[in-house]
Ligand binder design. Structure first.
Ligand SMILES: C[S@@+](CC[C@H](N)C(=O)[O-])C[C@H]1O[C@@H](n2cnc3c(N)ncnc32)[C@H](O)[C@@H]1O
Ligand code: SF4
Length: 400
């Protein structure tokens, strides 16, 4: 075993009784065009004269698999419970490439039976039957980046697709997949409550098994940060959230996380594992990972820029940064995730995932209870409605 891996198994600052479930995240970093609000690691693809994207598919997948092989010693003997192929716009990759990717992963990592495999897809990046081919390649769940069904709103946020393409994408997804997700954003430039209501109605008419709805935020280093569009004020945005919660509940969707709504057993296993402070190996440009060992928790980031990532990964050096999470940071890191969940967490889960005793958070929990931000009994801690509304304040109570 390499010296670096032996080091990870030495005694350390925490003691985990067992390792959590392991997920795999694969990042595919290209898009047709960079959206003005987006600060994800996404890069505009080169287009051919015919307007088709020209991705270095094979070379990139070679690098991703080299990255995976370098990572295997960190997860020896562990099974993968879910895979998420995110971006960027993974649906720009051909079904044959996704088939190869999943085959190469299966050949190297044991997957749990029934392993959830999600792929992010954008409307307007596919011709008919492309989703069917992703399904045939082994994808079990499609997440469609619709954002809005309103042509004006789509233009205002610089999307490349229109509402007809959004509808076509959702219609094909529901024909092919038992479970799929629609991503929407709200508080869009110039959006009114009526316009949001129309967007919600359009989405809910498809009876999606899963819906994610994010408040549009102005992120630093984006075009919108320097050229901000006119956005709804805080009062209107708060009314919008009330409308979202009310309309989704009326159609049988449960808000199980701040921005995620699902019916029945259609909650996203992969994201739940993040929120429950499970482990994930991240491969691909800029991918993040969190991996537990008996006495430490390691965070890793891969090289961000696609060309540099490919060169580094092929040279055996895919990791650009890694650090062990300090013991006193663990409560806050746990809460950044677990307090996003409606059902909160049990004190047993806190101890299992961080290796710390429940007494490590007793003082902060008391303060959170006194301020009406959580309810807590001997076993479970749950954020209240007020806790959801003031989530960052609540999480900040657990800072060291
Ligand atoms: C990084 S994108 C990847 C999916 C796909 N490329 C797309 O854009 O549809 C994942 C989701 O993050 C959300 N998102 C991205 N930037 C955001 C922002 N500035 N504010 C709120 N949500 C954002 C969008 O809803 C998007 O569907
Ligand atoms: S398509 Fe998605 S990932 Fe790509 S730039 Fe737009 S928001 Fe970002």
């Amino acid at each position: 075993m390499a010296e670096s891996v032996i080091r990870l198994h030495r005694p350390g600052s925490v003691s985990l009784a067992a390792l959590p479930p392991l997920s795999l995240y694969v990042h595919l970093p290209w898009c047709l065009k960079k959206c003005p609000y987006c600060d994800f690691n996404s890069h505009q693809a080169t287009l051919s004269a015919a307007g088709k994207s020209e991705l270095p598919e094979a070379a990139y997948l070679d690098a991703v698999i080299a990255d995976l092989e370098q990572s295997l010693p960190l997860v020896w003997g562990r099974r993968v419970h879910s895979i998420f192929i995110g971006g960027g716009t993974p649906s720009l990759f051909s079904p044959a490439a996704i088939d190869r990717l999943l085959g190469d992963i299966r050949a190297r990592l044991p997957l749990e039976p029934g392993c959830e495999i999600t792929l992010e897809a954008n409307p307007g990046t596919f011709e008919r039957d492309r989703f069917r081919a992703f399904h045939a390649a082994g994808v079990t769940r499609l997440s469609i980046g619709v954002q809005s069904f309103d042509d004006e709103a789509l233009k205002a946020i610089g999307r490349v697709h229109d509402s007809a393409q959004a509808r076509a994408a959702v219609e094909e997804a529901r024909e092919v997949f038992d479970t799929f997700n629609i991503d929407l954003m709200y508080a869009l430039p110039g959006q009114t409550l009526d316009a949001l209501q129309a967007d919600l109605d359009a989405a809910l008419a498809y009876q999606p098994p899963h819906l994610s709805i994010y408040h549009l935020t102005l992120e630093p280093n984006t075009f919108f940060a320097t050229h901000p569009p006119p956005l709804p004020d805080d009062d209107l945005a708060s009314d919008m959230l009330d409308l979202i919660v009310e309309r989704t509940a009326a159609t049988g969707l449960q808000r199980y996380e701040v921005s995620a709504f699902a019916r029945g057993d259609h909650r996203c296993w992969h994201n739940l594992n993040y929120w429950q402070f499970g482990d994930y190996l991240g491969i691909g440009a800029g991918a993040h990972g969190k991996l537990s060992f008996p006495h430490r928790i390691l965070r890793q980031v891969k090289w961000r820029e696609p060309a540099a990532y490919m060169a580094k990964a092929m040279g055996g050096q895919a990791v650009s940064n890694e650090h062990e999470v300090a013991r006193d940071q663990l409560p806050f890191e746990f809460m950044l995730n677990a307090l996003r969940l409606k059902e909160g967490f049990t004190l047993q889960q806190f101890s299992d995932r961080t290796g710390l005793p429940a007494s490590a958070i007793a003082g902060s929990l008391q303060q959170a209870q006194a301020r009406g931000l959580v309810t807590a009994d001997a076993a479970r801690v749950q954020p209240t409605a007020r806790g959801f509304d003031f989530l960052s304040d609540l999480q900040a109570l657990f800072l060291p």
